[in-house]
Write a protein that binds this ligand. Structure first.
Ligand code: G6P
Length: 491
């Protein structure tokens, strides 16, 4: 680690992501910059603070205009700046084609097996390319003539590594792909699959969550490009450049969430919510937290709760299942339809079982302060994450980190990347409603001892592979990948 830190100091560090790490707003005439919840910023912000450099992202709101200078730069954190943000303004048409269109109507459903058909519109792809070029121009401008490391984030920027490489041959480039990678038969649906693969092979290091994603990617390269692939080393030799392809299962700030869960603020939220849900009067809380996305299997989860209440009627009047989390990407038809489906399922179940005193499903489709989420996680007898397909699913890891009492049961989809590490959860197939309902029953009837054993095991795993560990391993591998004989270095 020391070696990496010393080597790192010699490079200019540039991070590129679609979303910016600080959201700005004006409060009482003052500019405030707040870190959004979520793993990415929590992992990379400390690295940026330690190393300095520039984080390039799309500008997100009106207050950004007040925050940034004429070149789009803002020194962050406000008040004690350690690095620069550089914000790229996109027009509405650019955002529609690049973000909503190609990224989220094309690549997102392509990479997730959730049976939502990808839309591949040629105009959207042109816009995606143009926006990736705009990001590349900013990166190249930031690099100047210094040695630099560029860390690219996610599927919004698949072409960016190649665009940078075309101008700056010697720069070290790594990319982390935060969502699954499909097999060659699925990737074929994308009319521009070769260009996407070529773009990503501009990287020295390409990270996915799971070994399975890496294998899929290598298969796709082998099938589509004139490249030499060495699956046993995770290496691609393409146009005289090497790309190392490795799994880095992302994680969370375990210690931070653990500390938050013990805080007085969370204790007082717990007291409030205990009353609100009647947990002091024998009620039981089940919990689902998700950004509202069709990959999360929210209707499937609600149907399992319905089947559970039907099968074990003694829980009618006792179990409250809270589905919480904000709507997302609401300009896209499939997301609008999802909200309609969730609402109608919630209403149907509540009408079927509920009465004046008790409604089985509570539905909170908004975001809340992190202390509220932390308190909910501490109070819920079980948390159900039922993704139809998910790169990782950090909610599952957050539930585990918040259970400082080593209690609570995690019900987790086999199709979420997190299920590979969290094998002490109850693993379910979200499509198998009967099995899912049985898992809820198992969670609620499990012995204290078994609950504790399972939770303790999962906590030790997440504590060990935390987000800092993840970022550290990526940086170590990136330094290795950029040395000429990297094929022989250990991981
Ligand atoms: C996924 C993606 C992220 C994205 C997040 C929220 O986790 O991998 O890149 O930021 O969803 O989606 P949004 O479209 O709101 O940024």
């Amino acid at each position: 680690q020391r070696l990496v830190r010393r080597e790192l100091a010699e490079y200019r560090l540039i991070v590129v992501s679609n979303r910016q790490p600080y959201a700005f707003r004006i409060e009482n005439g003052q500019l405030v910059g707040e870190m959004p919840p979520g793993g990415l910023t929590a992992a990379i912000d400390p690295l940026m603070r330690a190393c300095g450099g520039t984080w390039i992202a799309q500008s997100g709101g009106e207050a950004d205009l007040t925050a940034m200078d004429a070149d789009g730069r803002v020194a962050v954190p406000l008040g004690s700046p350690a690095y620069n943000l550089r914000l790229l303004n996109l027009t509405e048409a650019e955002n529609n084609g690049y973000y909503y269109g190609f990224s989220n109507e094309g690549l997102w459903p392509l990479c997730h097996i959730a049976y939502t058909e990808p839309v591949f519109d040629a105009q959207n792809y042109e816009t995606y390319k143009a926006v990736n070029r705009k990001f590349a121009n900013l990166v190249v401008d930031e690099i100047g003539d210094q040695p630099a490391i560029v860390l690219v984030q996610d599927y919004h920027l698949a072409l960016l590594p190649r665009y940078i490489r075309q101008v700056c041959e010697d720069v070290i480039i790594g990319q982390f792909w935060h969502i699954p990678w499909p097999n060659p038969d699925i990737l074929r649906i994308c009319p521009w699959q070769e260009e996407i693969l070529d773009g990503m092979l501009g990287n020295d290091l390409l990270g996915f969550h799971l070994a399975g994603d890496c294998h899929n990617f290598l298969d796709c390269v082998q099938r589509n490009l004139d490249a030499q692939v060495e699956p046993q080393f995770g290496l691609v030799d393409y146009q005289n450049d090497m790309t190392l392809v490795r799994p880095f299962p992302i994680s969370i700030d375990f210690d931070g969430l653990d500390a938050e869960a013990r805080s007085p603020e969370v204790e007082s939220e717990m007291a409030r919510l205990t009353q609100e849900f009647g947990l002091d009067h024998g009620r039981i809380l089940g919990l689902g937290i998700d950004r509202q996305d069709y990959t999360k299997g929210i209707p499937h989860r609600l149907r399992a709760v319905e089947r559970f209440l039907e099968k074990w009627p003694e829980y009618q009047g006792r179990l409250v299942f809270l589905q919480a989390g904000a709507t997302s990407r609401t300009n896209i038809d499939s997301y609008m339809q999802l909200t309609i489906d969730i609402e109608s399922t919630v209403n149907r179940i509540n009408e079927r079982f509920g009465d004046g005193n008790w409604q089985p499903i509570a539905y909170w489709p908004t975001s809340f302060p992190s202390a509220t989420f932390s308190a909910l996680r501490r109070l819920a007898s079980f948390c159900a994450e039922s993704s139809l397909h998910d790169g990782m699913n950090l909610v599952a890891k957050e539930y585990v980190a918040s259970r400082v009492d080593e209690d609570g049961v995690l019900i987790l989809s086999a199709f979420a990347g997190a299920s590979q590490e969290l094998s002490s959860s109850i693993i379910i197939n979200p499509y198998a409603t009967e099995q899912f309902a049985d898992a809820i029953h198992q969670a609620l009837t499990m012995s204290d001892e078994e609950r504790r054993l399972r939770m303790r095991h999962m906590r030790s795993i997440v504590q060990e592979n935390n987000i800092y560990n993840w970022a550290g391993r990526i940086m170590m591998n990136l330094m290795q990948a950029s040395t000429p004989d990297h094929a022989r270095l250990p991981t």
